[in-house]
Design a protein. Structure first.
Length: 251
């Protein structure tokens, strides 16, 4: 499905260029972008097994990027970028009957956990957004389109504590988990993460001077962060992040 979408986008891009006779590399205007993202790697809709989010801590979600803008008409244009960014978070959630696999000492446990789960996510990536832009005014530009990311380094790990695990199923043996290291259950699913991500990006650039501006945007991942054969966590998790920051026109 993802390959089909990418192929259609490339065909549409080439067709648009030929139809409108666009010199795509002429009259390009460049700007750099520095920002910060806030959001989470989460299911779409809160599942019943997650009872509450007790704590949320953002991580170093910085973004550094370079954009190229191609005007097509006075109002419309195309914009592409190359970003280096992180999408991460740390959460502490209360769960009930939550599917988990963990290690406690030399012991591997899997089943349904009730208690608290701490999760830490970090994904450093390069991102290519491809967007259609509309200039509401000389100072305000709206943009929308797909993005493609390749994850360079990642982490998805944490621990379960202050609760109990039913081994295998809801009627399995009950294993108590404590609060301190050695009593809790640790997990690390980093090796099961995807490296390629695809999604949609919506945003606005506001230029408050000839060179400087500000921006806000929302990126919504459409691909699950885990590989297809990963089934420990029942819910499908997607990267959903908003971002704000500053821009500077180079040309």
């Amino acid at each position: 499905m993802k390959k089909t979408i990418i192929t259609l986008l490339l065909v549409a891009f080439v067709g648009l260029q030929e139809t409108l006779a666009i010199d795509i590399f002429g009259d390009l205007r460049y700007m750099v972008r520095l920002g910060y993202s806030l959001g989470g790697t989460a299911p779409v809709g809160m599942p019943a097994t997650i009872r509450s989010l007790d704590k949320y801590t953002p991580t170093n979600n910085t973004l550094l990027g370079l954009d190229a803008y191609k005007p097509l008409t006075e109002k419309w244009g195309l914009q592409a970028g190359f970003y280096y960014q992180n999408k991460g978070m740390k959460t502490d959630a209360k769960v009930k009957g939550y599917s988990m696999e963990m290690r406690r000492g030399d012991e591997t446990l899997s089943g349904l956990f009730t208690g608290n789960v701490v999760t830490e996510v970090d994904e450093w990536m390069v991102t290519l957004p491809l967007q259609v832009a509309y200039n509401v005014s000389p100072n305000l530009r709206l943009k929308f389109g797909p993005y493609f990311s390749y994850v360079l380094s990642n982490n998805f790990s944490g621990y379960a504590y202050d609760g109990y695990l039913r081994v295998g199923d809801p009627t399995g043996d009950k294993v108590e988990l404590g609060h301190v290291e050695g009593e809790r259950g640790d997990y690390d699913f980093t090796e099961d993460l995807r490296h390629w991500q695809f999604g949609l990006d919506l945003g606005a650039d506001w230029f408050f001077s000839n060179r400087f501006g500000a921006y806000a945007g929302l990126s919504w991942g459409l691909t699950k962060i885990f590989r297809k054969d990963f089934h420990v966590i029942e819910q499908s998790l997607y990267p959903i992040y908003g971002s704000i920051g500053l821009t500077y026109k180079l040309k």
